[in-house]
Design a protein around this ligand. Structure first.
Ligand code: BG6
Length: 504
């Protein structure tokens, strides 16, 4: 592993939740693994009136549990208060950066991490450019900017943001983050597909019946109701995380594992998504919203009664959809994806459902005849790979049943599975943008979901189905799958009608 060059990372929105929960812990973890350069500093920037000392103290209180030897990391932390909305205040950032470099030999290598409200992205970029701290100096120093999601709220705003950012940074300097791409198991999709000889020959319309992607969450919107209600599952999860997973599952083999090659192939997948016309949205997309219910004795609030959510909200906390990818590999293979909050459990998985055997010589019961081999890529939380296949039941005759070949990352107990942000931050420090989204791909992904946004906006009568918190979402999602013997895969326990958990 190459250690990145000396640099300073500046986090805008340094007193915010992301900094506290993800960014600083990830940097601390990289530090403890000796993956950061010796000369390295972190500058927190925000409106909150912190001093370096207070920022450090807060970091300690944000840390989970007991941490020893924090001192050397604390010495890397600094803070600068500015009014992020004032372009001229970025001179203060520049002066602080110069001060931090003094006597260290750190060149003007800067990463700017924008963990601010999205409305400030352009302004921060502009302020930095005005302060003259955005240009790379060939052979001497580099500047990179990491932009958090949401990258736009629709196609037009994403295009505008892309265009405007290019006034201040070049595309090579812009790192659009999608933390799903930082997940170990998501990257393992590439290795499963292109590091093994056995899967790729089968990875196409001749052998695959359909592909299913589920990303369910047990939690509700919590304290993020204000943000979430303007976003909904389509913008919050589908346009970015879920489509990125689809991109990796569906892409053609890249010529090598470098950024441009991989990102070109992902882009081609997005360009091949069969557009869903506005009038087709009710047929292909089901939206839902959780209603109050009692799960294991705990009373769960309905979405409309969450903090920050209007009582008549029609924002979807659940979405399931069906779509196709129009290219040689995938023509007419359905992709089913779903995501939601307040579902029975937190799980993200990709399921490749292979076609069933063409002729049944062993037994003729429905279960066997309809058994599809499945490859389940478990993204989280029990990271691993599961292959389901038929085997003979020991004893007389040729009765069959489904068995599992199951690999769990937890079995590799000597390997540290890095947090998504660790991997992504380290990649940016090394100038590797493979796991970041390119501007053209962001726009293609928005172009695909835009008709859905339009349809819901223009036809408010399109139903928002209620589903009890703790269930697997509205039953209407089943209507997306037209073949009667096929259902969504239920990765874990489900709620029975009387509110008790039952095994599926
Ligand atoms: C975020 C969404 O991008 O991803 C959240 O804004 C969601 O609403 C989260 O909860 C899910 O991420 P993870 O890593 O917990 O699956």
């Amino acid at each position: 592993m190459n250690i990145p060059e000396s640099h300073i990372i500046t986090i805008f929105g340094a007193s915010g939740d992301l900094t506290k929960r993800k960014l600083l812990p990830a940097l601390f973890s990289l530090f403890k693994q000796d993956l950061l350069p010796k000369e390295f500093k972190i500058l927190g920037v925000g409106r909150t009136d912190f001093s370096d000392e207070l920022f450090r103290k807060n970091f300690i209180t944000w840390l989970d549990g007991e941490e020893k030897d924090v001192e050397p990391f604390l010495n890397k932390l600094f803070y600068q208060k500015i009014d992020t909305g004032k372009v001229d205040d970025y001179e203060l950032v520049k002066s602080k950066l110069n001060e931090l470099r003094e006597g260290t030999g750190i060149p003007e290598n800067y990463i700017y991490y924008l963990s601010t409200p999205p409305g400030l992205y352009e302004l921060v970029a502009k302020g930095l450019e005005k302060a003259n701290i955005t240009a790379d100096v060939e052979g001497e120093s580099w500047k990179r900017i990491i932009i958090e999601k949401p990258f736009g709220i629709d196609l037009a705003s994403a295009k505008k943001l892309n265009k405007n950012l290019l006034n201040y940074f070049s595309e090579d300097q812009i790192y659009r983050i999608d933390h799903y791409l930082g997940k170990e198991t998501v990257q393992n999709v590439l290795v499963t597909r292109f590091g093994n000889g056995i899967f790729e020959p089968l990875w196409n319309r001749n052998y695959i019946h359909h592909v299913e992607v589920t990303s369910s969450e047990e939690l509700g919107v919590g304290t993020r109701g204000g943000y979430y209600d303007n976003s909904g599952a389509l913008r919050d999860m589908v346009q970015n995380h879920l489509l990125q997973l689809v991109g990796l599952v569906a892409m053609e083999p890249p010529i090598h594992a470098e950024s441009k090659a991989i990102r070109n192939e992902v882009l081609k997948v997005f360009q091949s998504l069969r557009p869903i016309k506005e009038e087709e949205v009710p047929k292909y997309v089901i939206r839902g919203q959780y209603t109050g219910s009692t799960v294991k004795g705990e009373c769960l609030t309905g979405y409309r009664y969450e903090q920050g959510v209007p009582n008549d909200s029609r924002t979807e906390s659940y979405l399931a959809m069906k779509f196709f990818i129009d290219n040689w590999r995938w023509k007419d293979v359905p992709f089913y994806i779903r995501t939601g909050k307040r579902l029975p459990t937190r799980v993200t998985e990709i399921v490749i459902h292979f076609k069933k055997s063409p002729h049944h010589i062993f037994s003729h019961d429905d279960l066997t005849i309809n058994a599809h081999n499945q490859l389940v890529i478990r993204v989280q939380p029990d990271e691993g790979l599961l292959f389901k296949f038929s085997m003979k039941v020991p004893g007389a005759g040729f009765n069959t049943k489904t068995a599992n070949m199951d690999f769990h990352y937890s079995d590799l107990n000597d390997d540290h599975i890095p947090e998504a942000y660790e991997r992504l931050l380290l990649d940016c420090m090394q100038g590797d943008s493979t796991l970041y989204i390119r501007g053209d791909a962001v726009e293609e992904a928005w172009a695909f979901v835009q008709p859905i946004i339009n349809a819901w906006k223009n036809n408010p009568e399109i139903p928002v189905y209620g589903y009890p918190a703790g269930s697997w979402g509205p039953a209407h999602a089943d209507t997306l799958i037209e073949e009667p013997e096929i259902t969504w895969r239920y990765p874990c326990k489900n709620l029975s009608n009387d509110g008790e958990y039952c095994e599926l």
